[in-house]
Ligand binder design. Structure first.
Ligand code: COA
Length: 140
């Protein structure tokens, strides 16, 4: 297995995998132009895991100048429980750390028990003191 930077050329293959692994988290922000902007904005930070030329895992990593954020941490079902997710998350966090950012946040659906178990196992601490509030910018 190799872990390498995700490029916009990977988009179609990655998006196909996300439709299996991450479907409910997909939104307009995951369309190709938006993903191209994201990858440019967070240059070199997002990663894919590749086995025999096939993308089997992804992690989007970026920061806002203050905190790091990971999105779309995903491994294709037939490749799970082999520490691929851990390897991807570790690379993403190192990339965020290299930018001088000292904390990384993730969002996880409350009923995603696999996701929660994964992040706990990795060492992430669940926050009980914050809610996520969101606003659609076109409502202004
Ligand atoms: C979460 C996900 C990325 C984990 O990838 P992975 O490569 O299987 O994870 P790893 O092998 O690196 O980590 C395994 C550890 O995570 C935890 N874990 C992973 N899957 C688990 C599951 N189905 N049930 C319970 N614990 C699980 C365990 O602690 C496990 O250690 P173990 O195998 O020794 O028991 C993968 O299951 C996935 O793509 N899920 C769908 C997308 C998703 O929910 N992403 C997270 C969004 S917040």
């Amino acid at each position: 297995m190799i872990i390498r930077e995700m490029k916009i050329e990977d988009y179609e293959e990655v998006y196909k995998m996300w439709q299996i692994t991450t479907k409910r988290a997909l939104s307009k922000a995951d369309e190709k132009p938006q993903m191209e902007r994201y990858l440019k904005h967070n240059c070199g930070m997002s990663q894919v895991a590749v086995i025999d030329g096939k993308i089997v895992g992804t992690v989007l990593a970026g920061h806002d100048g203050r905190r790091g954020f990971i999105h779309h941490m995903a491994v294709a079902p037939e490749y799970r429980r082999r520490r691929i997710g851990h390897a991807l998350a570790e690379t993403a966090i190192k990339k965020i750390g290299e930018q001088g950012i000292d904390k990384t946040h993730i969002f996880c659906y409350q009923n995603n028990e696999t996701g929660q178990s994964f992040w706990r196992d990795f060492g992430f601490k669940k926050r009980d003191d914050v809610f996520v509030y969101s606003f659609d910018n076109d409502k202004l």
